[in-house]
Design a protein around this ligand. Sequence first.
Ligand code: RB5
Length: 142
Amino acid sequence: MKIVLGADHGGFELKQDVKNLLVKLQHEVVDVGCLSTASVDYPDYAEKAVSHIIDDSCELGILICGTGIGMAITANRHFEIRAANCSSEFTAVMSREHNNANVLCLGARAIDKDLALTVVQAWLRSEFAGGRHQRRIAKFSR
Ligand code: RB5
């Protein structure tokens, strides 16, 4: 699967760990930055990343900042994007099965690395359940 990855300075180190995991799992990764822990603005990287989903060049995205909140707020300004800020395996699975989330947001300062990598794997393993959930998604989609 082709997955776009983006982070601000708060998420940079975890982004590198997530990138290594995705490569190990044989996914194709598009890394839109940032490229160091130097301070940057999360909306710039959220916008770069979601543009790859909106133009269909990537199927899913993972965005990481300190809390995951700024990335989720920014990404969800686009009607094509369903970004879920997840901090547990359960919420990650539900975000795919019920909400068909196409972007996973992680807070690098909110959860530790091992949990974050577990969340990523759970999210990627899960699939949209459709049915009544599709009806609900249609109510806020164009
Ligand atoms: C940056 O310090 C921090 O505000 C950012 O990473 C993120 O947590 C915002 O939501």
